[in-house]
Design a protein around this ligand. Structure first.
Ligand code: GLU
Length: 446
């Protein structure tokens, strides 16, 4: 790390205390782009990095709501409008008790470069709340979403900031928030993505993050003359992302051996396929947030309190959450002969874990590249909304596939151009950075 970069990072840590996830995302990024700053002094004189490590705008608000018993609760709502150099702020909303401002800043930062990689005109943003949907009734979730939107509505719009789903926010929550927005504004616009299919949503959007990650893995394997067929997969999580990935892996002839939840993980030796994949949708709707239910339903083994990274597989696709795979997990996977890892969640691997994979020569795709299919398809939903014309599932899937191949090739070529061939982390960070930085340079000191 150059002196300039270390100083910047120290500054980020001092200025944003108690935000370790934000520090981590910035550190990984700065390590990659250090070489660009050496080759391109014009970015340095424009203080582009100093500007990029500061979000454009952050909104924090109170969300009061009433439970079914009539008790009043208060949560914190937030939206980080991170960067709008290449389009309106775009990114999901997360409802989870672990959500802090630091979480949303790290996610908004990642989103900015991820969205740049998609090739579509979207800036970066992220929002959410420390609200815990677990165990809540449908009515409680609706009241919370409406209260959240009673404040957020004034900050978003189809040309300003377009939220979507993330952990704890799926089609149901998007529906409640969109409904409230429409009621307040008296406007039916594409202000959200991930909408229901009857009211402006896009086909394939629910599947897109998982599909996209598998398409990316497929491209990485191709560079080694390999394919998905016959390969075994460890997936973590059981939500929307793991569901989409499992669907696509099965279609392409791979076998999904594991899934996980906050309570532990399961191994299904016959593979998570057919009705078992459909079951994941039911599980998500139950608001129980536990994978043990799957083990009971299909009589497979459940490992309480453990993560699936000790299982011998060819490919790992973490689909759950940040820092769910650490250095020891990485060593275990490498020892068991892992060929490839695609991050379908945002920053699921710790920095130390990533270094183990890098040094072992494992094909490693960072989230901002591998999971970009979700937001890319959100971009396609925005296009359809603007045209007021829906595309068929085949059309959307074809575009998604093309986008993922393009992102893969861009990462690979950029990594090569900047002296680290095969390093997708550097490729993704640098390619995303160049696009955003050039747009910022073009637009002057904003
Ligand atoms: N939450 C997803 C992500 O992390 C999707 C965001 C979107 O579609 O706007 O990329």
């Amino acid at each position: 790390m150059t002196e300039y970069i270390s100083k910047l990072l120290a500054g980020v840590k001092a200025k944003n205390p108690a935000e370790p996830e934000f520090h981590q995302a910035v550190e990984e990024f700065l390590e990659s782009v250090a070489i660009v700053m050496e080759r391109h002094p014009e970015y340095r004189s424009a203080n582009i990095l100093e500007r990029l490590i500061e979000p454009e705008r952050i909104i924090i608000f109170r969300v009061p709501w009433m439970n079914d018993q009539g008790d009043i609760h208060v949560n914190r709502g937030m939206r980080v409008e991170y960067n709008s150099a290449i389009g309106p702020y775009k990114g999901g909303i997360r409802f989870h008790p672990s959500v802090t401002l630091g979480t949303l800043k790290f996610l908004g930062f990642e989103q900015t470069f991820k969205n740049a990689l998609t090739t579509l005109p979207m800036g970066g943003g992220k929002g959410g709340s420390d609200f815990d949907p677990k165990g809540k009734s449908d009515n409680e979730i609706m009241r919370f979403c409406q209260s959240f939107m009673n404040e957020l509505f004034r900050h978003i719009g189809p040309d300003t900031d377009v939220p979507a789903g993330d952990i704890g926010v799926g089609g149901r929550e998007v529906g409640y928030m969109f409904g409230q927005y429409k009621r307040i504004k008296n406007e039916f616009t594409g202000v959200f993505t991930g909408k229901g299919i009857n009211w402006g949503g896009s086909l394939i959007r629910p599947e897109a993050t998982g599909f996209g990650a598998v398409y990316f893995v497929q491209e990485m394997l191709k560079t080694k003359g390999q394919g998905i067929e016959g390969k075994t997969f460890a997936l973590s999580g059981f939500g929307n992302v793991a569901w989409g990935a499992a669907l696509k892996i099965n279609q392409l002839g791979g076998k999904v051996l594991t899934l996980s939840g906050p309570d532990g993980f399961i191994i299904d030796p016959d593979g998570v396929k057919g009705e078992k994949v459909d079951y994941l949708l039911k599980l998500r709707k139950s608001n129980k947030d536990a994978i043990e239910e799957y083990a009971k339903e299909f009589k497979v083994e459940f490992f309480p309190g453990k993560r699936p990274w000790g299982v011998k597989v060819d490919v790992a696709i973490p689909c759950a959450t940040q820092n769910e795979l650490n250095e020891n997990d990485a060593k275990e996977l490498v020892k068991n002969g892992l060929t490839c890892l695609g991050e379908a969640a945002n920053m699921p691997t710790t920095l130390e874990g990533y270094k183990v994979f890098r040094d072992a020569g494992v094909l490693f795709a960072p989230g901002k590249a591998a999971n970009a299919g979700g937001v890319a398809t959100s971009g396609l939903e925005m296009s359809q909304n603007s045209m007021r014309l829906p595309w068929s599932a085949v059309e959307v899937d074809k575009r998604l596939h093309e986008i993922m191949v393009r992102i893969h090739n861009n990462c690979l070529q950029t990594a090569e151009r900047f002296g680290t061939p095969g390093n997708y982390v550097n490729g993704a960070n640098i390619a995303g950075f160049l696009k955003v930085a050039d747009a910022m340079m073009d637009q002057g000191l904003v």
